[in-house]
Design a protein around this ligand. Sequence first.
Ligand SMILES: [Zn+2]
Length: 111
Amino acid sequence: MCRLLVLSPCYSMESWLYQATNELRPLCQNEHDSDDHAQLIAEWSEDRARLDEVHQPKVVMKKCVADHHNEALANSFPAEEVYCAGRSFYESVENLRSCTALVEALSHPVT
Ligand SMILES: [Zn+2]
C-alpha cells in the first residue's frame, strides 16, 4: 500500500493549472474584458499561495478559460515557483518524494 500515492490539488486540477498565469492571462482576455479576472490573475502571479485559497477555481473562470486549455496551461506550469509557495503542490511533491519505491524506480534509467 505504500506504493499507492494520491496526487491531489487543493480543489481541482485547475487549482494548479491556473498558476500558469502568463498563458492564462491572454486566454482569459481573448474571451472577455474582465477587470475582476485581470485582478485575480495578477494576484495569483504575484503570490503563488493565493490560488490554493480559491474555492472552485474552475467555476470562478467558467466564463472564459474554464477547463478548455488544460494542456496548454500544463505545458507552461511554473513548477519551481509553485513548489516554493509551500502549498498543495509542494505537499504533493514532498509526498511523492517520501515514497522510497518511487524514488528508487525513478533513479534507474529506462533501458
Ligand atoms: Zn476571464
